[in-house]
Ligand binder design. Structure first.
Ligand code: KG4
Ligand code: ZN
Length: 338
């Protein structure tokens, strides 16, 4: 008999619900929150209120699209952290109540693990999944991590950012350029038409496999500030080159540590995951390593890179197979811990 799981994601500013039948996604609905656009980042209080408005219609839509009735569900999976507490609480409370009222198991999902496990969603158009062990660069708005993935739930953090996350670096650069939040996708689009070597930025020197992006943000800010004094139209005149150059610098920092991690561990199966894995500069850089015969590369389907509940549903399914159920007393956590 098939296992049908409802996945719920509400850790940051996207309310999402997905239905998975074994490893195949039947529906993945995402409601983005426009309320943050003009603030240059997510406003936690507005995010939790928007989750409250979106959660019922999003789940209803996912079940309808999947053509699944509530009583056909085997279990409910939800993101329990890391993330914003007020946002997590909306998804967690809903998942607990829903599972309890249906008398079915509850499955707790770690958001960062879910980004990695999105690689295991079955999809005829995207059939490549990694075997273990592999390295995963998980890059999002809140995290930048290199994980050594030995098994589905055996992941070791071997490198992480000591300050800003890669997504934050994209978003802050975009904000300096006067672009709305989230700026990452906009920088990506502008960068396609710009010269990545138009502006040069110093590279951080960070020991081991860790990352740092705060120096890059500061040098970008100073460059723009100084050039605006000479030419008030500087950003407008150089939008594409600025985007291409900052994207190039961020991708260089990520690739340097990822190459180091591969050399150090001797693992050449390399995956990328998280919102920034949607970035074409990063995708091209890892694929170039594959083309050069250095790595075997794995990238989740585009729709499963940025926050979504499909990744929560597959993680829930893998936990269900292990019989790892969550208690009703479980409560959300805000920071990543292994
Ligand atoms: O994983 P995600 O959707 O949410 C978090 O868990 O944080 O990642 C969101 C981050 C944002 O910083 C966003 O700007 C960035 O991913 N992002 C991108 C692209 N698409 C999303 N950054 C660069 N290029 C993109 N195409
Ligand atoms: Zn995420």
């Amino acid at each position: 008999m098939s296992t049908i799981i409802l996945g719920i994601e509400s850790s940051c500013d996207d309310t999402s619900a997905a239905v998975i039948k074994d490893r195949k996604i039947l529906a993945n609905i995402i409601a983005n929150q426009d309320v943050h656009r003009d603030f240059g980042g997510v406003v936690p209080e507005l995010a939790s209120r928007a989750h409250q408005q979106h959660i019922v219609p999003v789940i209803d839509q996912a079940l309808r699209k999947a053509n699944v009735k509530k009583n056909q569900l085997t279990a409910v999976a939800f993101t329990n952290g890391p993330g914003l507490l007020g946002s997590l609480l909306v998804g967690a409370s809903f998942a607990k109540t829903f599972a309890f009222s249906l008398g079915i198991p509850l499955l707790e999902v770690n958001h960062m693990h879910a980004h990695v496990l999105a690689l295991f969603i079955e999809d005829d158009a995207h059939p490549k999944t990694p075997s273990f062990p592999f390295l995963c660069l998980t890059v999002s708005g809140g995290h930048t991590q290199i994980m050594m993935v030995r098994d589905y739930f055996d992941m070791e953090l071997i490198g992480q950012t000591i300050d800003d996350a890669a997504g934050e670096a994209f978003d802050k650069a975009a904000k300096i350029m006067g672009l709305p939040y989230p700026g990452g996708p906009l920088i990506d689009r502008l960068a396609a038409k710009g010269n990545p070597r138009a502006f040069d930025f110093p590279h951080p020197s960070v020991p081991g496999l860790d990352f740092s992006f705060s120096g890059l943000k500061t040098s970008f800010l100073y460059l723009v500030r100084d050039r605006l004094k000479e030419d008030p139209g500087f950003i407008r005149h150089h939008e594409e080159d600025l985007a291409a150059s900052i994207q190039h610098a961020i991708v260089q920092i990520l690739m340097k540590q990822l190459r180091k991690a591969s050399e150090k561990t001797g693992i050449h199966r390399i995956a990328i995951a998280g919102g920034v894995s949607a970035n074409s500069g990063l995708r091209n850089a890892v694929m170039a390593e594959e083309a050069a015969g250095h790595w075997e590369v794995y990238i989740p389907k585009f729709a499963y890179c940025t926050d979504n509940a499909a990744m929560v549903a597959i993680t829930g399914y893998l936990k269900y197979l292990r019989g790892e159920f969550a208690a009703q007393s479980i409560s959300p956590f805000t920071r990543y811990n292994e």
